[in-house]
Design a protein around this ligand. Structure first.
Ligand code: BTN
Length: 330
């Protein structure tokens, strides 16, 4: 698939964004190879999309405010990586569902689906991901890693690390990792990651990595039973977070950790992961398919398995499960 050309509207925004002085309709018309009337129509359409564009007869057009919207036009100027093919939706049932559809139609690695709102956002283990409109990040990535299906669970750890890096860089908050794939701030969940795979026995066909980040949402957005377990970046920081700048950081950091993982395996990221773990030295209970296992967390193995010592001092490896802290998060 080749990259689509930027639309005329996107090019107008790009010109106005970089220009300190107003730009005349005539100049825009010349640069875009269209009439001034056509430029005006695009300006009107941009205003309808939330751009504030001032116009004066004498001087021309000036961009004075951009919308808080996670689309390609807004994200592109902030992105430095190569994941910049973004399909934006005001509302979707689930970005995972749409990403799967695109991937089956051949969408390349790094394709991103974003929704401002999800009506059927999905979490791990059949849970719901609460996805109110216009305040958070809900996105799904199409990945096509040349990996054995056995290694794919490690990807969730890797994407968690990338998310935590992005949170620290964009907000200064101390984001910590809860094995296998949650990111916490102050002991409360801010990021959820859902990785789903289509594979043959020995070869991964595609991975859909769904990432939800509570950015500017409030605690009241969540059902009562979750309110003491979740937070958002804005609640934790005590100020609103620039969603567009955050999402761009997120995509760049997810790509950087993903590439490091493909090049060196999880072993190359393990010590950073452990440094930011919320669980190091803590007593936890892990619910696994083979029953519960309680012990003190020693760290991770090079393959991402959680290492625990039980009360008798014996070391155990857990490859999959759901963790609760035996003594709370304080
Ligand atoms: C979890 O912690 O249970 C994982 C939550 C994953 C939520 C994200 S939001 C974007 C993507 N679309 C979905 O329906 N789910 C994931």
């Amino acid at each position: 698939m080749t990259r689509p050309m930027p639309s005329a509207a996107d090019r107008i925004v790009a010109w106005l964004r970089t220009s300190t002085a107003p730009v005349s309709g005539e100049e825009l018309a010349g640069r875009l190879g269209m009439s001034r009337a056509a430029v005006f129509k695009h300006i009107e359409a941009l205003r309808a999309r939330g751009y504030t564009i001032e116009a004066s007869h004498a001087q021309g057009y000036r961009l004075t405010a951009t919308p808080d919207r996670l689309d390609e036009t807004e994200l592109a100027p902030h992105l430095s990586g190569s994941w910049r093919r973004v399909e934006w939706h005001a509302r979707l049932d689930s970005t995972q569902r749409r990403a799967r559809e695109l991937a089956r139609d051949g969408a390349p690695e790094g394709t991103v689906v974003v929704a401002e709102e999800q009506t059927a956002g999905r979490g791990r283990l059949g849970r719901t991901w609460h996805s109110p409109a216009g305040c958070n990040v809900y996105c799904s990535l199409v990945l096509r890693p040349a990996l054995s299906p056995l290694v794919v669970p490690q990807l969730a750890l890797v994407l968690g690390l990338g998310s935590a890096r992005a949170i620290r860089a964009a907000s200064g908050l101390e984001a910590r990792l809860k094995w296998p794939n949650d990111v916490l701030v102050g002991g409360r969940k801010v990021v959820g990651i859902l990785t789903e795979m289509e594979a043959e026995l020995e070869r991964v066909e595609l991975v859909l990595a769904g990432i939800g980040v509570n950015v500017n949402g409030t605690i009241e957005d969540f059902p009562a039973e979750l309110r003491d377990k979740v937070t958002s970046l804005a609640v934790a920081a005590g100020r609103p977070i620039d969603r567009v700048a955050f999402m761009a950081r997120l995509l760049d950091q997810l790509e950087a950790t993903y590439r490091a993982f493909l090049a060196h395996g999880f072993a190359g990221l393990r010590s950073e992961w452990e440094e930011w773990s919320a669980l190091g030295g803590r007593r936890v209970t892990v619910r696994t398919a083979d029953g519960d296992r309680t012990g003190r967390v020693v760290g991770l193995d090079d393959d991402g398995a959680l290492r625990l010592t039980d009360d008798a001092g014996a070391l155990h490896r857990v490859v999959a499960g759901d963790v609760t802290l035996a003594d709370g998060y304080a």
